[in-house]
Design a binder for this molecule. Sequence first.
Ligand code: ATP
Ligand code: MG
Length: 561
Amino acid sequence: MSNAHSAADAPAPVSNFIRTIIDNDLATGRHASIVTRFPPEPNGYLHVGHAKSICLNFGLAQDYRGQCNLRFDDTNPEKESNEYAQSIEDDVRWLGFQWSGQVHWASDYFDALYGFAVELINKGLAYVDDLTPEQMREYRGTLTQPGRNSPNRDRSVAENLDLFTRMKAGEFADGAMVLRARIDMSSPNMNMRDPAIYRIRRAHHIRTGDKWCIYPMYDYTHCISDALEGITHSICTLEFEDHRPLYDWVLDNITIPCHPRQYEFSRLELNYTITSKRKLLQLVNEKKVSGWDDPRMPTIQGMRRRGYTPEGIREFARRIGVSKSENNVDMAIMEGAIREDLETRVPRVLAVINPLKVIITNAEGAQSREAGFHPNHPEFGSRTVPFSRELLIEADDFAEVPPPGWQRLTLGGEIRLRYSYVMRCDEVVKDADGRVIELKCSIDHDTLGKNPVGRKVKGVIHYLSREHALPAEVRLYERLFTVPQPDADRDVDFCTYLNPGSLNVVQGWVESGVQHALPETRYQFERLGYFVTDRRDHQPGGKLVFNRTVTLKDSWAKEQA
Ligand code: ATP
Ligand code: MG
C-alpha cells in the first residue's frame, strides 16, 4: 500500500479553541497568516503524544495555508543525538507532513541567545549567582512561602558582565554558577523566582561541538527561538501554562520585534501504555522490548512497524480533538481509526495461524475457485484459491463439543469453506493424549459457488490448501501493560505492570501469493485481522514475517461464501 493519501486531503478539521483563536487573529488582522512549529528535543524517539502535537501544528499550518517549522530543541547536549534527530525527521515525513524550509535548531540561535542574555545583564535584569544548588533551593521558598533574594542578586552590571563572559570562556567548573533572570523572588509562580537561564556544562554538542561550555535553559531558549522564527501561535502542552509568564517576560525585556503567543492544550494519555520518552527509553535500555520500534511500543516507529497507517493515525488525532481538559484516550479509538482506514485499502487473503489438518476423503475432481482480493474493489484483482486433498483450518474453528449457538465446524456438522465447497466433518482423529490432530471430512461437490440443496449451511470458515500454503512467522500482540495507567502511581515502577503475554509468536501459514510481498505490505487475513510484513525481519521470497496490526472488529460475523 502506498502513501497515496497525503495529509493535505484529510477530512474536514474539527473545530477547537486554538482554531477559534486563529480565526479571530486572521479576522481582526492581527496576523496575515500563521506560523506554528513542532519543537521536539532530539533525546528519544517520538511517541503517539507527539503524533498528536505534529498533527495539530502541521495540520493547522496546512489548513490555514500558513507554515510550520520543525525545530530541534537541542539545549541538553548529553541526552541528544543525531540518530534521534534523524528518526524525528523520518517520523514527521512518514506521518505525511513537510516542514517549511530548512530544519531549525535552537543551537542555530546560541549566539543570539548569548547576546540577549548580555542585554538583560546590561538592563539589570539578569545576574550571575554562585549559590550552591542546596542554597539555591532554600532561597527559592516553596509554594506556600515566598523565596528570598540571593545575596548575589545586586551584583553590579559590570561584575555580572565580567562573570558571564568568564563563564562562557570556561573559567569556572560545571555547576559552579548560573545566570539568573532577575524577576521576583516572592512571585506566587515559582517559575518567576529568578529562574536560571544559563548553566555551565562541559558537554559535546551534536551541532556546536565543544564551542560552548554554557548552555541556555529551555524556557529562555524556547520563547526567543519562537520569536526569531516569527512564530505566531506557539502551541504546547498544559504543563507549560505556568511557564507562560516567563515566556512573556523574556520577550518583553529584550529587543526583539516579534512576540508570539503561547497556547496550551492537554497532553494525550493513551490507556494501557505510556507517553513519556524517558520511560520509553527505560523499556528499551532494560530490554523489556526489542527496541524503539518494537511493534508494542507507542512510538511512531513502533506503530509504523506494527502496521498502523499515517492516515489512520491522523484520523485518530482528528477524532480525539484538542482541548484543555484531560485527554485520557482509550486504545479502542486508535484501533478503530486504523481498522477503518485499512478496511477499504488493503487486499484480503487467507492465512491460518493455529492450524488443524483436514483430510478431504472425496477430493477427487474438486476444483479451485477464483476469488477477488476485496469485495468492493474489483480493481484489486483476483487469484485462484487452490483446493486439494489436505487442508489447514484454524483449530478453534472446530469444536467436538460445540457451545450453544456454534456455527463453525463440529463432528457431523457442515460449514462453508470460504470461496469453496460445503464441507462436513465425518471423523475426528486424536493422538495418544486425546488431542484432536486431524479431521476427516467430505465435501458436497455440488456446492461450489452454489447453495446446497435441501438444507441451509450458515457458518463460513477459512482454509488453506496445505501443499500450496507457505509457512510464515506470525507475531500477535496484546497490550503492553496490564493496567490502564501504568505510571499513575509514583511509588510503583511502571515496569511492574508489563504484560508478560504482550507478544505471542506463532508458526502460521499463508497463501502463496504473498510470497514476494515487500516489507511493510499490508493485508487483511480474513477473519484474523490486519497484518503487515515486518519492516526488519520479513524477507520477500524468503522468511515471511507478519505482524498483526489490529484484529477485526467482529471476526465471527456471518459472511457470504
Ligand atoms: P516527553 O515527556 O515524552 O519527553 P516532551 O514533551 O518532553 O515529551 P518534547 O520533545 O519536548 O517532548 O515534545 C515536543 C512537542 O510534543 C512539545 O510541544 C510537547 O508539548 C508535545 N508533546 C509531548 N508529549 C505530548 C503528549 N503526550 N500529548 C501531546 N503533545 C505532546
Ligand atoms: Mg520536553
